[in-house]
Write a protein that binds this ligand. Structure first.
Ligand code: ZN
Length: 197
């Protein structure tokens, strides 16, 4: 449609999740008319996130050092471990202020249609963490949709024989949705009311 740099930008923006062709065009023209300082700041933020952010070697949350902020926090308990799909779910749960344990980020959910099986997720790493015997309760906080439920069921089957209490967030979360879209109060209540599976 356009030529050169502006079309390149529209194409790149259009590849982002949730950005359709019209939004891509609107953002591209916004960038074109924006203050150069603002654009430089955006470009720097994009570059820095790839240079600086990595995954925590313990829980696979995003981190800027070997371990993430949650894993470095000495005041948290090692006895309760909460399994989530993505780093954004850690943020959603942290916002509730209900949880003082540790996390394990799987990197997705079991989804046979997209070819994602247990081996594609950080389940082996989870079982290794549980093998040390410190964790007494494992909270399954995968998304309340088909893939999240399948993942929770799979993990419960794997972990229960290890003698660890396995719990799932209470109902009340929007079914079929994504954990991050639940408001803090609903998610906090689901946490408090978690049940054994
Ligand atoms: Zn961590």
């Amino acid at each position: 449609m356009y030529e050169g740099a502006i079309q390149d930008l529209i194409d790149e923006l259009g590849r982002l999740p949730g950005v359709g062709p019209k939004s891509a065009q609107r953002i591209a023209f916004h960038v074109l008319s924006a203050d150069p300082t603002d654009v430089t700041r955006l470009a720097t933020a994009l570059r820095r996130v790839k240079e600086l952010v990595r995954f925590c070697t313990t829980c696979y949350n995003v981190a800027e050092s070997e371990q993430c902020r949650v894993c470095r926090d000495q005041r948290r308990t090692d006895e309760v471990l909460c399994v989530v799909e993505e780093p954004k779910d850690v943020v959603a749960i942290e916002r509730t202020g209900e949880f003082r344990g540790r996390y394990h980020v799987l990197g997705g959910a079991i989804n046979p249609l997209e070819g994602i099986g247990p081996d594609n997720l950080r389940i082996r790493e989870l079982l290794a963490r549980l093998g040390t015997g410190t964790v007494r309760e494992l909270i399954l906080a995968t998304d309340p949709n088909t893939e999240g439920e399948a993942t929770a069921t799979y993990l419960a089957l794997m972990v229960k024989p290890m003698g660890i209490a396995v719990t799932r967030l209470a109902s009340g979360l929007p079914v079929g949705g994504d954990l991050e879209y639940a408001d803090e109060i609903t998610l906090g209540r689901a946490f408090e009311g978690r049940r054994a599976v």
